[in-house]
Design a protein around this ligand. Structure first.
Ligand code: BES
Ligand code: MG
Ligand code: ZN
Length: 495
């Protein structure tokens, strides 16, 4: 998706005749003297609107104004930035998303942005601004054949320092990865099949000089992938176990492992889900989508480290050979699993993914992403992902990255004793927890059994954060792309 062409200029270089000029106003400090001097008539209009209380410059509030006596643009869009004391980069991410949406609605094809006056864009600000523009303008129109093709926007960011152009470009790459994840989530399960995910992985790998290995149903037995083999039994759609290898670092570089749940449709299997809302279970591959989104940013930005990514991908269906409650599966690391609910399938395919990646590769840390439990939505809603870990220092790194990017994570406890909740009477573990209690943690404790001893690991449950019923400025309704910004920030600090 290239809705934008983004560049940065200083005020004196700004081309005349922009279709819109976007600027930010703090609710407490109002217009800058600089702005008032440059646009006296417009300043009067805005001050009137402020005085009347129609426009309070609250965060994400906007007002469109017209003026005849400005060469840069006849149309101005003021975006509220809220109180100046509460300013942070995320507010800019939100404000630029608000501006991009408005510009699209107005069908403008060029606009200039000057959020912070001439001087104040740090490189974090610039990255956030670019992310907000791309993420905020996201629309998924692939199946709306009647919709007009939108031609896109030429955007110039006005700043004193054109050095921000690298940060703008980086922000656009990160957001493009978010878009990859969102698109994969939006495509229905008859399009975004495991094969589609594998093809996406191969296309990304080709671009980024990565290697891929794709294991098919026929390979599962000899590989020992009993978890995904069991889940895939009920579906005629071919499952795929996707492995991607990116070697961007030297000998002393770190190696990051990523695992994503690529469950392309979750009917629940024999423990079938109710029909109301079952359509949403096309989103059950958002963990895998996040991993592919991250790898697509990596393909573009080529960070200096190594990354191994694994996406076990299958449907969970009810065909004649479907696995059943009471069945026992054996995962890649040899541990046996008693199935007590076929709807707890994500942990089974991740068990193979985590056991495989931590057995085959020497990792400095592995992170898995999954829309794993309804319980995490009850606990945290749609704002934070739930994280669990076997290494507090590693979790702290992710928590810090979540704060910085606002791709937020909240840690759940996972003391050793939670292992009691997943004890089976007949096998090593069972795939359900202790009734209705601590369902998210039980799933985490289950996964922990499949991470090789000594490997630092974080599990990120994105069942709530991964998709929204009702969007927010830079997050649309539907899939959000949770996890992409989180990991790109971790990667920055690992390079
Ligand atoms: N994909 C679901 C989790 C889910 C539920 C994601 C709601 C998004 C919204 C997962 O496979 C599942 O069905 N989990 C069960 C586990 C239970 C049977 C132990 C759940 O959370 O109910
Ligand atoms: Mg399920
Ligand atoms: Zn599922």
């Amino acid at each position: 998706m290239s809705l934008f062409n983004l560049s940065s200029v200083t005020n004196s270089e700004l081309p005349k005749g922009q279709e819109a000029y976007v600027f930010g106003i703090f609710s407490d400090t109002g217009l800058t003297d600089e702005f008032k001097a440059a646009h006296p008539n417009l300043s009067k209009q805005i001050n009137l609107a402020l005085k009347n209380g129609e426009f309070k410059a609250k965060l994400n509030q906007s007002i469109v104004l017209y003026t005849a006596d400005c060469e840069t643009s006849k149309r101005f869009i003021a975006i509220g930035l809220g109180e100046s004391g509460k300013y942070n980069s995320d507010l800019l991410r939100q404000a630029s998303a608000t501006a991009a949406k408005l510009a699209i609605n107005l069908k403008v094809s060029t606009f200039a942005i000057e959020f912070m006056g001439e001087n104040d864009l740090s490189s974090d600000d610039a990255q956030a601004l670019a992310e907000g523009l791309v993420m905020g303008s996201y629309r998924f129109l692939n199946y709306k054949k009647s919709e007009d093709e939108y031609q896109g926007i030429e955007i110039v960011v006005v700043a004193s320092d054109s050095d921000i152009s690298d940060a703008l470009t980086y922000g656009m790459h990160v957001a493009a990865g978010v878009v990859v994840a969102r698109d994969l989530g939006n495509h229905p399960s008859n399009i975004a099949t495991p094969t589609y995910l594998a093809d996406t992985a191969e296309a990304v790998a080709k671009k980024g000089g990565m290697k891929t290995t794709i294991y098919d149903r026929e390979d599962f037995e000899k590989m020992g992938f009993g978890g995904i083999a069991g889940v895939a039994q009920g579906s005629d759609v071919p499952p795929k176990f996707i492995v991607m290898k990116y070697m961007g670092g030297g000998k002393d570089s770190k190696t990051l492992g990523l695992v994503g749940k690529g469950l392309t449709f979750d009917s629940g299997g024999i423990s079938i889900k109710p029909s109301a809302g079952m359509d949403e279970m096309k989103f059950d591959m958002l963990g895998g989508a996040a991993v592919l989104g991250i790898m697509s940013v990596v393909a573009e930005t080529k960070p200096k480290l190594n990354i191994i990514a694994v996406v076990p991908a299958t449907e969970n269906m009810n065909g004649g050979e479907a696995y059943k409650p009471g069945d026992i599966l054996t995962a890649y690391n040899g541990k046996t699993i008693e199935i007590l609910n076929t709807d707890a399938e994500g942990r089974l395919i991740l068990a193979d993914g985590l056991a495989y990646i931590t057995d085959k590769y020497e990792l400095d840390g592995v992170v898995d992403f999954a829309t794993l439990t309804g319980a995490v939505v009850v606990a945290l809603g749609h704002r934070y992902s739930g994280i669990m870990t076997n290494d507090q220092d590693f979790a702290d790194e992710l928590i810090a990255s979540g704060k910085k990017t606002q791709d937020r994570v909240w840690q759940m406890p996972m003391d050793d004793e939670y292992a009691e909740d997943i004890k089976s009477t007949i096998a090593d573990v069972k795939n359900t927890g202790a009734g209705r209690t601590a369902g998210t943690i039980a799933a985490g404790a289950f996964l922990r059994e499949f991470v090789k001893e000594g490997t630092s690991w974080c599990h990120v449950d994105i069942a709530g954060s991964g998709w929204l019923k009702k969007g927010r400025p830079y997050l649309p309704d539907g899939p959000t792309g949770a996890g992409v910004r989180l990991i790109m920030e971790l990667i920055k600090s690992w390079e």
